[in-house]
Write a protein that binds this ligand. Structure first.
Ligand SMILES: [Zn+2]
Length: 410
């Protein structure tokens, strides 16, 4: 059972005011009242409370037409923190961020996701980072976890073939051990959420985040929020069927996109063609391509074309404004780019020809930051669907006693 703190009278208004200030800073009290349809007195009471608690501050005085200059309010980014952790099969990367998603510190280390003690190990790794927050540090709102799998309410836990997890009730267990809200989502969704809140997606309501590497992932942002489908599993782009009777995929089907362009597929192809020796991996294949090995480059060319056509199909269906390609596989983008671009152009529906595709440099910490954005989103972006985990994060921010006083903010 999740713990939900009782919502106190006034908290709902305060939370709404705080969320609006976070999104629209700098903003005046009269703008807040107008946009939230609250009375000036209610807004004044709410902002006084938030100012006293050091969550917001006066950032500037706007010139006004006659009368007194309006005070413009902004968020104090250092007033609270969130943890974000990206979990992979053999390691994890964590980051602590402030309310503006600036990374304050990070950690990483080995983690055996399939091990018998995985949850106890994970709690043990996170404990010192949670404890640090209660020891003279600003309040920790919660911890977000990004996992390569399906993590949705109603599915009874986290299911991830890559991690060897089947309906694992990880959030409940970690909340019990760590005593902070724990929010979990698919790692590509967390990347898309971070992009939406703090990155290039801020000005884009419809975009796709495609990831390549160990697998092929997809985050779909439609109308400003992540689209999850009926059971939370939307985005299994890696398992769209691409060729008849193709190579066997980890999912059990044949000819999936992932079975043609993900790292294991490239390595299998390299070994079949004698480009790679037994035991040599994708790093070796990339190194060969970098050195000019024509057979290695041909493997990447084929993969780039397959990926380009598949992405064009996505764009034809969803009509996003932009597509971001991310993940460790982008380290080899130089070898994928030409065939990707020409296959994409060839397969795009004419009106969508100008859709921008942007390639991200590989950065593990970016995914961890995405996981932390899960917590920040729960705090500042009330969604249409009331989710218990989001409520527990908001309640934590609304409770005065969990936050430090203004004077002790650095
Ligand atoms: Zn598959």
């Amino acid at each position: 059972m999740r713990r939900i703190s009782p919502t106190l009278v006034g908290d709902v208004n305060r939370t709404a005011v705080l969320a609006l200030i976070a999104q629209q800073s700098p903003i005046s009290r009269s703008d807040i009242a107008r946009r939230l349809a609250l009375s000036p007195a209610t807004v004044t009471a709410a902002t006084r409370n938030l100012l006293e608690r050091g969550l917001i501050t006066v950032v500037e005085r706007a010139p006004s037409r006659g009368g007194r200059p309006a005070l413009l309010l902004g968020l104090v980014a250092s007033a609270a923190h969130a943890l974000g952790v990206k979990i992979a099969a053999d390691h994890l990367v964590g980051v602590r961020v402030d309310l503006d998603a600036n990374a304050l510190d990070s950690f990483e280390g080995p983690f055996d996701a399939a091990g018998p003690q995985a949850l106890a190990d994970l709690a043990g790794i996170l404990k010192p980072h949670v404890a640090r927050s209660t020891d003279g540090q600003p309040s920790l709102l919660g911890s977000g976890l990004g996992v390569p799998g399906i993590a949705a309410d109603g599915l009874g836990g986290v299911t991830s073939p890559v991690l060897g997890w089947d309906s694992l009730a990880i959030a409940e267990r970690l909340e019990h051990e760590l005593d902070v809200p724990v929010l979990i989502d698919n790692d590509v969704n967390t990347l898309a959420i971070a992009e939406r809140l703090y990155g290039r997606g801020r000005s884009t309501d419809h975009f796709l985040t495609v990831t390549i590497g160990r697998g092929v992932g997809l985050g779909i942002v439609v109308g400003g929020d992540v689209y999850r489908g009926a059971n939370g599993g939307a985005g299994e782009f890696g398992h769209v069927a691409v060729v008849d009777d193709g190579p066997l995929c980890e999912c059990g089907k044949r000819g999936c996109l992932e079975a043609l362009v993900a790292d294991p597929a490239l390595v299998r192809e390299g070994q079949a063609l004698g480009v790679l020796a037994r035991g040599e991996g994708v790093d070796h294949l990339r190194a060969l391509a970098n050195e000019g090995d024509e057979r290695a480059r041909a493997i990447y060319r084929a993969a780039g074309g397959t990926l380009g056509r598949a992405v064009a199909n996505l764009v034809n269906v969803l009509s996003p404004e932009r597509v971001f390609v991310s993940g460790e596989g982008t380290q080899a983008w130089a070898h994928l780019a030409d065939s990707f671009d020409s296959a994409l152009k060839e397969s795009l529906f004419a009106p969508f020809r100008d859709t921008r595709v942007e390639i991200d440099p590989w950065d593990d910490a970016r995914w961890a930051k995405g996981a932390a954005a899960l917590v920040l989103r729960a705090t500042f972006v009330p969604t249409l669907v009331q989710r218990e985990p989001d409520e527990s994060v908001r309640a934590r921010l609304a409770q005065g006693e969990t936050l430090i006083r203004a004077g002790s903010v650095g």
